[in-house]
Design a protein around this ligand. Structure first.
Ligand code: NAP
Length: 307
């Protein structure tokens, strides 16, 4: 007979490992499917300076390895495999991994969201060096430097405004004339003395020299003409995609695919919990994800006790 686990955690990252740590210390013997590329978005981050407890900062992959080790020390079992599908229509819940079915009384989903990248030429080499998708995480590294922000939505406006605290100049690069951003957020950016807005430009190629990113070749989508811009930092803010396609129809999500909580960290299905960027369109920080992972673990523990 297939064993029924108390808790299966789907997805790694700060939310998943923290949920793993708490449920393991709660003697629930949790099983985690961490994904083939375990660790989440922080595996692409070079330095993390805003996670409390690391006075000298820490590299993303190193922090993820430590979070994992800490949870494993208390009994979290981690399998670096992807979940293909789930069935939450009856209990115990079913999770299919490499064709094999696993059963659990409760599930915690921490599959995160991926920032959308431009995939312009040279981007892979500059990821986590000069090109970033998180101003809150990396803005500080660009003090007194010229940076660009790509995008025309609220995220781009927010990132551009935030970056004026550090950068000497911020240029918003948008591919057309109209902005999706709200008028208030747009006005705040348009009226800022440190910000310039460049319209009808799409990043075609990132430029670099021996010290890192040095600029970009921008293309005008209307006529294909090319224009060079100098910058040592670039922030892509063109949206995020939550990693929820494997959940289709199983729990309630919003129109963009983010999971909706119905009560605390519980989803629309009692016994299924979610934490981290897979539910969060606002904060998207390692520390907030870790905090929510702890909440989900405590909610799952309480729910199991009561049910
Ligand atoms: P968004 O509203 O979908 O905007 C994405 C922007 O990126 C658009 O301007 C889009 O251009 C551009 N874009 C998309 N793909 C591109 C590509 N390949 N190359 C160049 N540009 C590209 O996304 P978001 O700004 O992340 O916001 C997501 C949601 O969160 C929104 O509902 C937003 O209101 C909300 N949000 C709210 C706040 C706040 O209230 N404080 C802050 C951040 C986000 P086009 O317009 O040309 O398609």
């Amino acid at each position: 007979m297939t064993a029924v686990h108390n808790v299966i955690i789907i997805g790694s990252g700060p939310a998943g490992y923290t949920a793993g740590l708490y449920t393991a210390r709660g003697m629930l013997e949790p099983l985690m499917f961490a994904g083939y590329a375990s660790g989440g978005q922080l595996m692409l981050t070079s330095d993390i300076e805003n996670f409390p407890g690391y006075p000298e900062g820490i590299a993303g992959p190193e922090m993820m390895a430590e979070l994992r080790q800490q949870a494993e020390r208390f009994g979290l079992t981690v399998e670096d495999k992807n979940v293909e599908k789930v069935d939450f229509s009856s209990r115990p819940f079913k999770v299919t991994v490499e064709g094999e079915e696993h059963l659990a009384k409760a599930i915690i989903i921490t599959t995160g969201a991926d920032a959308i990248w431009l995939n312009a030429e040279g981007e892979r080499e500059q990821k986590g060096k000069g090109v970033s998708t998180c101003a809150t995480c990396d803005g500080f590294f660009f003090r007194d430097q010229e940076v660009i922000v790509v995008g025309g939505g609220d995220s781009a406006m927010e990132e551009a405004h935030f970056l004026t605290r550090f950068a000497s100049k911020v240029t918003v690069v948008h591919r057309r004339e109209y902005f999706r951003a709200s008028q208030t957020m747009y006005d705040r950016v348009a009226n800022h003395p440190k910000i310039e807005i460049v319209l009808h430009r799409q990043v075609k190629r990132w430029l670099s020299d021996e010290s890192g990113l040095s600029g970009a070749i921008l293309e005008d989508p209307r006529d294909g003409s090319e224009h060079e811009i100098s910058c040592t930092g670039a922030f892509i803010a063109i949206g995020h995609t939550p990693n929820t396609p494997f959940l289709e129809g199983q729990v309630k999500t919003d129109e963009s695919g983010y999971i909706i909580h119905s009560e605390h960290t519980m989803t629309s299905v009692p016994g299924i919990f979610a934490a981290g960027d897979v539910v969060d369109t606002r904060y998207r920080q390692a520390i907030t994800a870790a905090g929510m992972g702890c909440q989900a673990a405590m909610d799952a523990e309480k729910w199991l006790e009561e049910n």
